[in-house]
Design a protein around this ligand. Structure first.
Ligand SMILES: [Zn+2]
Length: 390
């Protein structure tokens, strides 16, 4: 946690704090005995680690539980959710959202604004700096209880997770996000790809808490995926997301922003779905375009046929993900969080049909627990992983 707290801890216990806190986050409350068993530590070491965590307010003792079998009854230890907080900022394409998030991933004070997608990065970052100041002030969290800032960005980030390299849907290049925010806020800052950060949030606190491997699929301006395997965010060779949207699903299809043709994004992305609505003479009525299409499909056979085509291509994309990576759970986020359950079930059926037979029974699709702007939770989870659970 803080440098002071870290310097107080001895060699034996250093590096164990994160492990113990993670166990309590995922399985708590637990007794010291149970913690020691799960962490593979001696009872003495565990007692010391827990004392430190109680000392800095990260955990507390709760009810005394009598264990089954032999031995003394133990006292449960659990995380104090409000012990520390982080600030999560999502920089989306045309919008920024922010929130103050506790160590159990719960978001309290929030803030947000929109910007023109032609704006330069420096101007938008200036507004983000102001938003961070406003958030800290409104939340009223003591300075030493605020651990840092996580920023979720719509594109790949550098190795050190300090810069946004090249968002495909914004005219920005190599933006030094952390270098701008750290001196202005006095808080350590980490930058992560938005889709990857949301995958992590679903695995830690959300719809995939119970799963060993999770694929998070995010539909908004584009469609991308993030993977979490055995609790670890998957980092491929490039620090972006899995470019599910650029899987070719239509032979000789429409041109794509990536320079290719017939990519999934030419069928399923906000832009493509809006174009489809327009072609069918429909309005979005203030809804997400996918939800709007689903809404009228029951009374318009031509819309229903179009939706069949969309589901088919989407299912082909998801089936490719399943065949290649076999995640236990696929969590559908962003604009998917606004569609009815029946559509998720239909998509799951379509995905199963297109999946290798022996994998079929394991295909599980869930709706995101994070809503449209899951990037705030994603950004915060990235910061918590680094500044609290490490
Ligand atoms: Zn493409």
């Amino acid at each position: 946690v803080s440098n002071e707290a870290l310097s107080r801890s001895g060699d034996e216990t250093t590096g164990r704090r994160g492990q113990v806190l993670s166990l309590l986050r995922d399985h708590g409350p637990l007794t010291r005995t149970e913690l020691a068993r799960r962490a593979g530590l001696s009872a003495t070491t565990m007692t010391r680690v827990v004392s430190q965590l109680i000392g800095d307010g990260s955990v507390e003792e709760g009810a005394t539980v009598s264990r089954s079998g032999t031995g003394r009854p133990g006292t449960n230890v659990s995380i104090v959710p409000g012990a520390y907080r982080v600030i999560g900022i999502q920089i989306g394409v045309g919008f920024v959202r922010g929130g103050v998030v506790d160590v159990m991933g719960r978001c309290s004070t929030t803030i947000g604004f929109d910007y023109r997608t032609g704006s330069d990065a420096a101007g938008v970052l200036g507004s983000v700096v102001e938003a961070v100041a406003t958030l800290s002030e409104r939340a009223g969290v003591p300075r030493d209880r605020l651990l840092g800032i996580g920023v979720a960005v719509p594109g790949p980030v550098d190795q050190e997770r300090r810069r946004l390299l090249m968002p495909i849907n914004l005219p920005w290049r190599d933006v030094a996000v952390a270098d701008r925010l750290e001196p202005a806020s006095g808080l350590p800052t980490l930058v992560e790809h938005n889709v990857r950060s949301m995958a992590l949030a679903e695995a830690r606190f959300g719809a995939a808490r119970d799963a060993h491997s999770v694929a998070f699929v995010y539909l908004r301006t584009g469609i991308g995926a993030g993977l979490v395997i055995a609790g670890q965010g998957f980092q491929g060779g490039v620090h972006g997301a899995i470019e599910l949207g650029h899987l070719r699903v239509v032979d000789g299809g429409a041109p794509c922003v990536c320079g290719g043709r017939g990519c999934l994004e030419t069928v399923v992305s906000e832009r493509a779905l809006r174009a489809t609505l327009g072609r069918l003479g429909l309005d979005d009525d203030g809804r997400e375009p996918l939800a709007a299409l689903i809404g009228v499909s029951a009374r318009r056979p031509d819309v229903a046929a179009e939706l069949d085509r969309i589901v088919g291509h989407l299912a082909a994309g998801l089936a490719a993900l399943v065949n290649l990576l076999t995640p236990e759970v696929i969590v559908l986020g962003g604009a998917f969080s606004t569609v009815p359950d029946a559509f998720i079930r239909r998509l799951a059926d379509g995905t199963r049909e297109a999946t290798f037979p022996t994998i079929r029974p394991s295909v599980t699709l869930r709706r995101s627990s994070l809503g449209m702007d899951g990037g705030v939770n994603g950004a915060a989870t990235t910061a918590l992983d680094h500044f609290f659970y490490a």
